[in-house]
Design a protein around this ligand. Structure first.
Ligand code: SDX
Length: 432
């Protein structure tokens, strides 16, 4: 018997014939709806790391890993990175459409007027050591926001969800900039609402009260583009963390703090910091073969940071745009002979010609070039992942809102394949 038709798959389990619905999206692979599977088969499915599992329906972002395609609400990332701005992309991700000019002006005005932190929050920063990793600081301060903004905690009130969203998009740059200033011992610089989003972030990071500061417009554009490229990416680990935290009814500030914590890992958002550290460790082009050899050695846990992706099996379209930006920024700053960039370009070339990387379909991802730009702009490596978190906040929030708007939403609660002890009697310590 044919084991599926357009709308069903047919299984024969212990001589019991069961059929499961097949659901189709607007594009991408169909899915087998297994919500009733355990009930009718008494079996769990098993998929650690969710390599074959769709966790939800979503209309926000779509990735075609084979074609190296990334769409935000249907718009290609390459077009958005060149033709749009980060705040316009925020509006697109949140509301599903490109704004009219008056809508964008209103949205920009609302975000701009939420850029300051409650003054009492500044004391949170002072509780950290000066050499604390900024991800530890922003994770803590972000979670603490729920203790200040009590008028936007009710997840069932769409208006409060909206206010919390605007607050976080507006305040993350301030929190991240303050974390950077705190690490340098320089005073915090309040947001300047006459500046646009990316320019204001650079201003809060690099200006000092003692003198005038004006960031270079090309660096403002590069910063804004980096935000756009990092804004969202389907159900990645940190977005799935935010959805899972949100499914319990946790407040929006706590959910985003959970996303920040997950993003910190070097296999995920921490890869940009790890990648630049790796490029510096390689140090020169002649040392690249040794590192390639290590990356291929099964007994060596070393991996080429900034390479590989769960979904992209051709190339990461964000890496392409990032590479172009890296050339522009370094050219502008007069450091086009940047040694780290030379190592990165040569590493990319060698790796892409190596049969191991070709066979494993390992290509540079978004983190491979971003660190080079951020370092050239003056950021220490420890600030790379906080900047990723700043940009990804709008994606996390968009998924959090989408989840709460789902009438079928329920708390996420996976099962397991238990391999532990069967029930056994307790033995008192004197008898052990
Ligand atoms: C991000 O999910 C997202 O969308 C994430 C992200 C986003 O925007 O949210 O795109 C951001 O996290 C990008 C990825 C950043 N991480 C890194 O650059 C760290 C290095 N990359 C690897 O850790 C790895 O490639 C992952 C974690 C990114 C993907 O891992 P998978 O999909 O689970 O693949 P895998 O670990 O099973 O690897 C498949 C094979 C393995 O070999 P075999 O066991 O089949 O023999 O490829 C090998 C791996 O050993 N491999 C690598 C490698 N990445 C995978 N070998 C050397 N160097 C690497 N970088």
């Amino acid at each position: 018997m044919e084991n599926r038709n357009k709308n069903k798959v047919f299984l024969d389990i212990n001589n019991k014939k069961i059929d499961l619905p097949v659901l189709s999206g607007s594009t991408g692979p169909d899915v087998v709806d297994i919500r009733s599977f355990y009930k009718i088969s008494n079996l769990f499915t098993f998929d650690p790391g969710f390599t074959s599992t769709a966790s939800c329906e979503s209309s926000i972002t779509f990735i075609d890993g084979d074609k190296g395609k990334l769409l935000y609400r249907g718009f290609d990332i390459g077009e958005l990175a060149v033709k749009s701005t980060f705040l316009e992309v925020c509006f697109l991700l949140l509301y599903g459409k490109l704004p009219q000019k008056n809508q964008l002006d209103d949205f920009t005005q609302r975000v701009t007027r939420h850029t300051m932190l409650h003054e009492q929050m500044i004391y949170f920063f002072r509780g950290f050591r000066r050499d604390a990793h900024p991800m530890a600081i922003i994770c803590g301060v972000q979670g603490a926001m729920s203790s200040f903004y009590h008028d936007s905690l009710d997840i069932n009130d769409p208006w409060q969800r909206e206010v919390a969203s605007i607050r976080m998009i507006a305040k993350l740059p301030t929190i991240v900039a303050y974390a950077y200033k705190y690490s340098t011992g320089q005073p915090f610089v309040y947001p300047n609402n006459s500046l646009d989003y990316a320019e204001n972030f650079l201003y809060m990071c690099f200006s000092v009260p003692a003198e005038q500061y004006k960031s270079n417009p090309i660096l403002n554009k590069a910063m804004d583009r980096i935000f756009i490229l990092h804004a969202d990416h389907e159900q990645n680990a940190s977005t799935s963390t935010v959805r899972l935290a949100g499914s319990s009814g946790a407040n929006p500030f706590a959910c985003i703090a959970a996303g920040i914590a997950c993003l910190w890992g070097p296999a995920h958002g921490g890869a940009n910091e790890a990648c630049l550290n790796m490029l510096k460790e390689i140090g020169s082009v002649d040392r690249i073969p040794d590192f390639i050899k290590r990356a291929k050695d099964k007994n060596d846990p070393f991996r080429l940071m900034g390479f590989g992706h769960r979904v992209y099996k051709n190339f990461d379209p964000r890496a392409k745009v990032m590479k172009e930006s890296a050339d522009e920024v370094l050219e502008l700053l007069g450091i086009s002979n940047n040694r780290t960039l030379q190592v990165a370009k040569e590493l990319e070339k060698i790796a892409l010609e190596d049969e191991y990387f070709i066979e494993k379909k390992l290509y540079p991802n978004v983190d491979f070039y971003s660190g080079i730009i951020l370092e050239a702009m003056g950021f220490p490596t420890s600030m790379f992942t906080p900047i990723f978190a700043l940009a990804r906040t709008v994606g996390w929030i968009s998924h959090w809102i989408e989840m709460h708007s789902d009438p079928d939403k329920k708390i996420g609660r996976p099962r397991q394949l238990y391999k532990g002890n069967l029930e056994r009697p307790f033995v008192l310590i004197k008898d052990r």
